[in-house]
Design a protein around this ligand. Structure first.
Ligand code: NAD
Length: 377
């Protein structure tokens, strides 16, 4: 089975889908692994290390894709590369299928079996394949590091002969995987942390990390069977904003991570709320790629609004590409291993398996994802 890892070509993408260690693991399973030249360059994995791990390093991208039975990559394939893929080949990557109907149709028409890593179900068995969590975790860490870099204050309390410096106040909105890691990281740096999420189950987790939980009474909220938050009503969002205004005004740093799966992110921090924050304070919007939680934030830019620094930098996991690639590759290797047929030495997922039913988007010339079908109805 020919397994191919092309170099990522989306501007700003620094990660790679397989590290040398995971390549070696798949070679041991019996796969013939080929990696495009320079694929791991930004992530800190030079070609020689892949070669040592038993992978072929290939300069001809077109030939690499044309010969592959299984393609592994981070980002969705460009439409122009779909015709290069073999009929019956598997393609595993982030796919953004809700927003890419044309790409999904092209993959189906090409007879490619495309797996969308965003659609890996959130079950215990599939946890080791969950790239959304592995990347969000690093995004949460990186958001705090960026905030600390841009802040004019230090995070920890210091008592010195020159007096006492009080800890920075960090407000974290949205406590999923990214938010939890942001709390833990800000606490490790010594900040005073307060956090908020509409899912009441989160309060205990926040407190166990040594942070305070901001309670806002919204009546009914809830979560889907996959653990995601449900979208709030306009009236509930309004109540949230009112309740968060004072906490924002008191904060040196606000980090927003609020997302609702498959929908634009809710707008939670308005221009009025920003205006009440002290000049020099920092807001990091981790939801910028799904529309942003902060009014006026600009995609992949750092701007200043009324003295407040707004950080809308995209792809925060890509700022720590060695570790982001390490965990992304481990997620993909776990998927390949789970469905590896050791006798035939091929990736042969069972179509009735719950994980595959969740994440397989196209197969046998058709779009097979129930999740995509549900969205259309
Ligand atoms: P996410 O990225 O979809 O959203 C981030 C956070 O934003 C969530 O906590 C959500 O409640 C919050 N949010 C949504 N609307 C908001 C609003 N109006 N105001 C403030 N916050 C808002 O979520 P995620 O990080 O992917 O994970 C959500 C949950 O799923 C977590 O509790 C996580 O532990 C759980 N999870 C379970 C598994 C598993 O069982 N295998 C795997 C991954 C995650």
């Amino acid at each position: 089975m020919n397994l191919a890892v092309p170099r990522e070509i989306q501007p700003g993408e620094t990660r790679v889908a397989l590290t040398p260690d995971t390549a070696a693991k798949l070679v041991r399973l019996g796969a013939r692994v080929a990696v495009e030249a320079d694929a791991g360059l930004f992530a800190g994995f030079p070609d020689e290390v892949y070669a040592k791990a038993g992978a072929a390093v290939v300069a001809d991208r077109q030939a690499l894709l044309q010969g592959a039975d299984l393609v592994l990559r981070v980002r969705k394939p460009p439409l122009t590369e779909v015709p290069l893929l073999k009929r019956g080949a598997f393609h595993v990557s982030l796919l953004d299928p809700f927003n890419e109907p044309e790409l999904v149709r092209a993959l189906a028409a090409q007879g490619v079996s495309a797996i969308s890593m965003e659609f890996i179900p959130r079950t215990t068995r599939a946890q080791k394949m969950d790239v959304i969590s592995s990347q969000a975790n690093l995004g949460g860490y990186e958001a705090v590091i960026l905030a600390a870099r841009y802040s004019r204050k230090i995070f920890p309390m210091m008592t010195t002969a020159a007096g006492t410096i009080f800890p920075a106040k960090v407000f974290i909105i949205g406590v999923g995987v990214a938010g939890l890691q942001a709390i833990a990281t800000a606490r490790r740096l010594g900040a005073k942390v307060i956090a908020y999420d509409p899912r009441p189950a989160v309060e205990e987790q926040v407190k166990s990390l040594g942070a305070q939980f901001l309670r806002i009474d919204l009546d009914a909220t809830g979560q889907t069977k996959d653990g995601y938050a449900r979208a709030l009503t306009a009236e509930q969002i309004e109540r949230q904003r009112a309740a968060m205004t004072q906490t924002c005004a008191d904060a040196d740093v606000v980090i927003t991570t609020a997302q609702v799966f498959g929908k634009p992110a809710p707008l939670l921090v308005t221009k009025e709320m920003l205006a009440a924050m002290p000049p020099g304070s920092v807001v990091v919007d981790l939801a910028v790629e799904s529309g942003g939680n902060v009014e006026g934030v600009e995609y992949d830019r750092v701007t200043v609004s009324g003295g407040v620094q707004l950080i809308g930098l995209a792809n925060l996991p890509g700022r720590v590409p060695t570790h982001a690639s390490q965990v992304y590759a481990a997620n993909l290797a776990a998927l390949v291993e789970e469905f590896w047929d050791p006798a035939a030495k091929v990736f042969a997922p069972r179509l009735d398996d719950e994980i595959i039913k969740g994440c397989l988007v196209t197969h046998g010339g058709r779009i097979v994802s129930e999740r995509l079908a549900d969205r259309k109805n």
